[in-house]
Write a protein that binds this ligand. Structure first.
Ligand SMILES: *[C@@H]1O[C@H](CO)[C@@H](O)[C@H](O)[C@H]1NC(C)=O
Length: 158
C-alpha cells in the first residue's frame, strides 16, 4: 500500500502543511486589531499590557491596560466608550466602569487632526468563563460616530 510513490506524495503534503503554517504565522503576527469602522477618526495603534503573546491571554482576576492611539477627524465635545464581547458571533454588552472618554486620557473638546491616547483598564473578573472572546471597543463622538472602533481577540484563562 505504501509504495515509494505514495510516500513521496505524503512528503509533499506535509511540506504544504508546514508552508501554510509558516505563512499563517507570519501573516497573523502584525495583526493586533481589526478596524470595525472608525468613521470620524483613524486608529494609529493599540497597546494592551501585559500581552506578550497573541491573542492576548487575560488571566481571571487581573487587570490589563488598554491604550488606543488615534487621530480625530472631527471636533467634538464628547467621547463615549461602548464595549462589547463577541462570543460565538453574538455581541454582548460589556459594561466598563468609566465610559467617558474625556476622563480616560483625552482632553476634551477633541480637536480635529489631533492625536490622542485613550487609556483604560480591562478588568477580568474571576467569574468570567475561560473562553475566547473578540473584544469590540468603540469610542463615539457627540454625534455617535466612531472616533475609533477596534476589534481584537482575547483568550480568558484561569
Ligand atoms: C500609549 O501608546 C503610545 C503609542 O505607543 C505611547 O506613545 C504612549 O506613551 C502610551 N501611553 C501610555 C500611558 O502608556
Amino acid at each position: 500500500l505504501l509504495s515509494p510513490k505514495s510516500l513521496g506524495n505524503m512528503d509533499s503534503r506535509i511540506g504544504f502543511i508546514v508552508l501554510f503554517c509558516l505563512i499563517g504565522l507570519t501573516c497573523a503576527e502584525p495583526v493586533r486589531f481589526l478596524d470595525c469602522g472608525s468613521t470620524s477618526g483613524k486608529v494609529i495603534g493599540v497597546d494592551i499590557n501585559p500581552c506578550p503573546t497573541q491573542p492576548c491571554q487575560l488571566h481571571k482576576g487581573d487587570a490589563y491596560s488598554v491604550n488606543v492611539t488615534f487621530s480625530s477627524g472631527v471636533e467634538t465635545s464628547k467621547s463615549t466608550a461602548v464595549v462589547h464581547g463577541i462570543v460565538a458571533g453574538v455581541p454582548l454588552p460589556f459594561p466598563i466602569p468609566e465610559d467617558d472618554g474625556c476622563k480616560c486620557g483625552i482632553q476634551c473638546p477633541i480637536q480635529k487632526d489631533n492625536t490622542y491616547h485613550y487609556l483604560n483598564t480591562l478588568s477580568v473578573k474571576a467569574e468570567y468563563p475561560a473562553i475566547k472572546v473578540v473584544v469590540e471597543w468603540e469610542l463615539r463622538d457627540a454625534s455617535s460616530s466612531d472616533l475609533f472602533c477596534i476589534k481584537f481577540p482575547v483568550q480568558i484563562v484561569s
